[in-house]
Design a protein around this ligand. Sequence first.
Ligand code: SF4
Ligand code: SF4
Length: 320
Amino acid sequence: MNRFAHKLTEQSIALRRGRPEILQVNVGKLCNLTCAHCHVNAGPKRKEIMTRETVDRIIDWLAKTELPTVDLTGGAPEMIPDFRYFIERVKELQPSRHVIDRCNLTILIEDGYHDLPRFLAGKQVEIIASMPCYSSENVNAQRGEGVFEGSIAALQLLNSLGYGIDPMLPLHLVYNPVGEFLPSPQRELEADYKRELQKHFGIVFNRLYTIANLPIGRFAAYLRHHNRLDEYMQLLVESFNPATIEGLMCRNTISVGWRGEVYDCDFNQQLGMQWNNPDRSEMFLWEVDPHSVENREIMTGDHCFGCTAGAGSTCGGAIV
Ligand code: SF4
Ligand code: SF4
């Protein structure tokens, strides 16, 4: 039994799925950036991307459900050849579904992507964009030289299309700490971001989501290299907050990988903690009976302490 499962047992907490509401699809590991904290180990040389055949199989499955939200992530999801095709097909479904693009911002100003923001606005795709700080120094340190300036230009472009202003075009930012500490209170940080981005760059946005760094992928390698992994794990374990359990994203989200395989969340996906069929073969989304998901047991590991520390952490920010 891992330490997290042990903690749940100790506190008589059963972690099981509720009704699925979000299909989060990780379309691949290809990205234009190579951020220091990346839990996906994404980068420009990664070859793992979703094929059209897999996109079609996911859409066919989705059509048989009423899951209201499709959340596209990566890598930089915009870089797969069928990104627009995916969104167009989701939008054609009845009932219509809400689509989220988890965007690193800089991709929107790369050559070959200049008409993408207009496409996203036309399809009313919600944008959740990574922005680890409102100061250039911190962003460039974590994400690479010039990323801050590119992100600012992309945010200004999105504002000019109505993002963050028109209620049909939500624009949310994501903060994650630049080191091995927990995020500051979300509401206070959001006020700081709003003030600073407005004052210096005339940028507006809707919500700021604070997300903790989970000790996996490139961030775990960084901590290990600096001999700080145990210390960070200790901080997460000591900050366990049972009030976060109800709001964990693994309770309402189904996570799908670039081959169509299924997991409880994107973190479990990066750790290869895949759902299995009764014969122990790997399970793909098109093999999942949507009615059998509710009440399913969630696969956990020590990394789960990253989601339950302090105010908690999900793809939609703090939990409590
Ligand atoms: S953190 Fe996001 S933007 Fe950075 S390398 Fe990973 S997937 Fe790309
Ligand atoms: S990492 Fe977080 S979201 Fe994933 S299973 Fe663990 S607690 Fe749930």
